[in-house]
Design a protein around this ligand. Structure first.
Ligand code: ADP
Length: 212
């Protein structure tokens, strides 16, 4: 049997979901979607939707399920391809809406990869990372290029990576996203791996876990 081709990345902020999701999408030739990148790009455009998104992101809160579901369903309908999702689902309601959407479209259920990383390493990573939206590329500040090699945009740090906002995002994650682990475990659709080590090491584990 081949590797799953509808994949979700789960894990706390800073676990490396974006880095691994990009690698998976390139390796398996899957469409890639980062909901965080989509939200930040819309926020920066200062549209009325962007202003609404800002009211949540500025405090490190999740945006409401209805808002993100509309964005992701539009994306899934537009790409009509197999995918890797980075940052979605983040709540049980999002997870069950995705299952329902895939079932109604006669597509296989998605497989979730959970990246497990201890708290002290997460804070350290987030404090030092810079990146590019909308590409979703992330680097440690020390080794980052000035411009994104994919789109040429400036590589910058994110407003919500300040330590206070990071802790709010982590609290949201613990309250709303952690319950997704038993949800996917029950359907035997969860692959748990350690997210510690180099991106290459983690990617090797991701491929092994997807093959299991
Ligand atoms: P990280 O995983 O480092 O927190 P993301 O770029 O995935 O970063 O997300 C940044 C922020 O965007 C989140 O803290 C949250 O406020 C919002 N967000 C992203 N995806 C979702 C989602 N599926 N549901 C609700 N809010 C989301």
């Amino acid at each position: 049997m081949g590797l799953p081709r509808q994949i979700l990345l789960l894990g706390p902020p800073g676990a490396g979901k974006g880095t691994q999701a990009k690698r998976i999408s390139q390796h398996l030739n899957l469409a890639y979607c980062s909901t965080g990148s989509i939200l930040r790009v819309e926020e920066q455009r200062r549209t009325s939707l962007g202003e609404e998104i800002h009211t949540f992101l500025k405090d490190g809160n999740f945006v409401p399920d209805a808002l993100i579901l509309k964005i992701v369903q539009n994306w899934l309908q537009a790409v009509r391809a197999e995918f890797v999702l980075d940052g979605f689902p983040r709540t049980l309601a999002q997870g069950s809406a995705l299952d329902q959407f895939l079932a109604e479209s006669h597509r296989p259920a998605a497989t979730a990869v959970y990246l497990d990383v201890p708290m002290d390493i997460l804070e350290e990573r987030v404090a030092h990372r810079v990146g590019c939206d909308p590409c979703g590329n992330v680097w440690p500040r020390e080794t980052a290029p000035v411009a994104c090699p994919e789109c040429g945009n400036a590589v910058v740090s994110r407003n919500d990576d300040s330590i206070d906002l990071y802790r709010s995002r982590l609290a949201e994650y613990e309250k709303k996203t952690l319950p997704l682990l038993p949800y996917y475990e029950d359907g035997d659709r969860l692959r748990r791996i350690s997210g510690q080590g180099s991106p290459d090491d983690v990617f090797a584990r991701v491929l092994d876990a997807l093959a299991s």
